[in-house]
Design a protein around this ligand. Structure first.
Ligand code: ATP
Ligand code: MG
Length: 551
């Protein structure tokens, strides 16, 4: 027998207990219920990992169910994007892809059942009147003048609502619960509204649509959900969820359990607000690599496994949480450190001529593809008289702790030689255009012929054997940790470098391949359009250069 999964979080503990006591015949069924009104974001990833993870842990099933009850805001394009993202994140719903709209007829029949039992009525007040009679947190609401309509009248009106005899807003169907309830959700909540709008799946079959709470509870009950896991804002809706279960004859009695939403610092997790960034062209679409959407993170180069690892670390609690970006970045770095081969790229090139290197000659340098994983093998890099280094790796007037290249100073070129700076060449405006250096032929890496030591090693690319690339660098989308308005948007969140030089072995890199460009971070080849390679920086290295050994 397989080992019983132990309850790691409070939800798994509850489910463990339900299974052990034979509830629902020890069956476990969950669902992830997105509304197709935008793209999924990192917050949804937590819910996906929880729902599919629980199902897996308890040998149960998880449905991917679209909560598609508001045709005004939903599209099939969003649904298609959601399907792709859940799949990319690594989860499989098999044949359990459903829609609330699959159950519209059953949901309608449940409404009829409530009316017949005297538990629902058609209200002909205006939206304004309904709002004004709901009361407040401190005051009870007041009954609608239509609350005591007979069952027959209610059935007649509701059927006519369905038949399209009324305009939007002329009537609604409400549950008859308690206008004096301290819980506003129980003050005769609306169950159905008239909406003369074509639905993305059911077309013009319906002109009345069920409200979220009603449709959601019934979809759970119809589908056989045992544990309906949702975020804390639905805690106050639970009494209504349970009221529906109690007042209808349903095949299952699911249990709603709430957990806290995931919020990530320096970004926002709300489809509506993310949609605004897209609509206002503040970002380049929902999959802009700066977006906290799953498709944005995918384009940025985050591995799906890193996102799953992050969700695991965040865990499931009832505490409000705002998670530091660093936690997500750690998961990404950890995954990439072991899986990404190394390569060299110069983001901001400065040319060096090695004066004592024979003209017209060159040699092949062996470079390790991974410092710890010898199975990743070696590649060869062309080394010759002219090379590029990072502009930042040279300082004409160095600070005391600057151990890289400076006038008269020495530095190691990774996998190659120690060089010494002899002369700084400038243009008429005083900008440094080139360095003249000497190399020490006795210091070739790996040969051990010299005992000379220098404090640091820098990366380089051959000037006669390189390719050009474009690199996109990203910062967080918002400067403030807890953004509240558009004023918090970081206007420098994208920086495009067009004159990057990369080692020629990268000519055969394939789109979506990831690399660590030594000392510059992790990058993914985003596209290879028009022959120019475009890399996205996935993430920086924690430690940019001190760690590189003087080999
Ligand atoms: P948004 O405000 O971004 O539109 P939502 O909750 O309205 O979010 P849904 O499509 O209804 O979006 O969400 C599907 C599921 O994902 C729900 O069960 C919801 O509770 C869960 N979810 C949404 N946002 C988060 C979040 N930030 N953290 C955890 N779970 C979330
Ligand atoms: Mg929602």
């Amino acid at each position: 027998m397989a080992a019983k999964p132990t309850g790691k979080d409070f939800i798994r503990q509850i489910i463990r207990n339900d299974v052990d006591t034979g509830k629902n015949d020890a069956r476990v069924c969950t669902r992830f219920p997105p509304e197709p009104n935008g793209y999924l974001h990192i917050g949804h990833a937590l819910s996906i990992c929880l729902n599919f993870g629980v199902a897996k842990d308890f040998n149960g099933n998880c449905f991917l169910r679209f909560d598609d009850t508001n045709p005004a805001k939903e599209t099939e394009d969003f649904a298609a994007a959601i399907i792709k993202d859940v799949s990319w994140l690594g989860f499989d719903w098999e044949n359990r892809l459903t829609h609330a709209s699959d159950y519209f007829e059953e949901i309608y029949n449940c409404a009829i059942e409530l009316i017949e039992d005297g538990n629902a009525y058609v209200d002909s007040q205006t939206a304004e009147e309904i709002k004004n009679t709901r009361g407040t947190l401190n005051e009870p609401g007041t009954n609608s003048p239509y609350r005591s309509r007979s069952v027959a009248e209610n059935i007649g009106l509701f059927e006519r609502m369905r038949a399209g005899e009324f305009e939007n807003g002329e009537n609604v169907l409400r549950a008859k619960i308690d206008m004096g309830s301290p819980n506003i959700n129980l003050r005769d909540p609306i169950l159905y509204r008239i909406l003369h709008l074509e639905h993305q799946r059911t077309g013009n079959q319906w002109c009345i649509y069920p409200m979220y709470d009603f449709a959601h509870t019934l979809s759970d009950a119809i589908e056989g959900t045992t544990h309906s896991l949702c975020t804390l804002e639905f805690e106050d809706h639970r009494p209504l969820y349970e009221w529906f279960l109690e007042h209808l004859d349903l095949p299952n009695q699911p249990r709603q359990i709430e957990f806290s939403r995931l919020n990530l610092e320096h970004t926002i997790t709300s489809k509506r607000k993310l949609g605004e960034l897209v609509d206002k062209n503040i970002v380049n679409g929902w999959n802009d690599p700066r977006m906290p959407t799953l498709s944005g993170m995918k384009k940025r180069g985050y591995p799906a496994s890193a996102i799953r690892d992050f969700c695991h670390r965040v865990g499931i609690t009832k505490k409000d949480k705002s998670i530091e970006m660093a936690l997500l970045e750690n998961s990404v770095r950890e995954e990439l450190d072991s899986s990404a081969p190394r390569a060299m790229a110069i983001l901001n090139p400065l040319k060096i001529t090695l004066e004592n290197y024979p003209k017209g000659s060159s040699e092949q340098i062996q470079a390790k593809n991974h410092p710890k994983d010898s199975e990743m093998g070696h590649r060869t890099m062309d080394f010759g008289r002219e090379i590029f280094i990072e502009r930042d790796d040279f300082m004409e007037e160095p600070s005391e702790k600057f151990y890289r290249l400076k006038p008269g100073g020495e530095v190691r070129l990774r996998f190659a030689y120690i060089i010494q700076c002899k002369e700084v060449i400038k243009d008429k405006d005083g900008n440094i255009t080139e360095l003249i250096c000497n190399y020490d032929p006795d210091t070739k890496s790996g040969t051990g012929s010299s005992t000379k030591k220098v404090k640091s090693a820098i990366h380089w690319v051959s000037a006669s054997d390189h390719i050009k690339a474009q690199v996109n660098l990203y910062e967080t989308l918002f400067s403030a940790a807890q953004p509240t308005s558009e004023a918090d948007i970081n206007t420098n969140s994208l920086k495009i470098l067009e004159d990057v030089v990369i080692e020629s072995s990268l000519a055969k890199a394939k789109a979506r391949e990831r690399f660590q460009f030594e000392r510059n971070g992790y990058f993914i080849l985003d596209s290879d359009d028009n022959g120019i390679k475009v890399f996205n920086r996935i993430i920086t290295l924690k430690d940019t250069w001190a760690k590189i050994k003087n080999n």
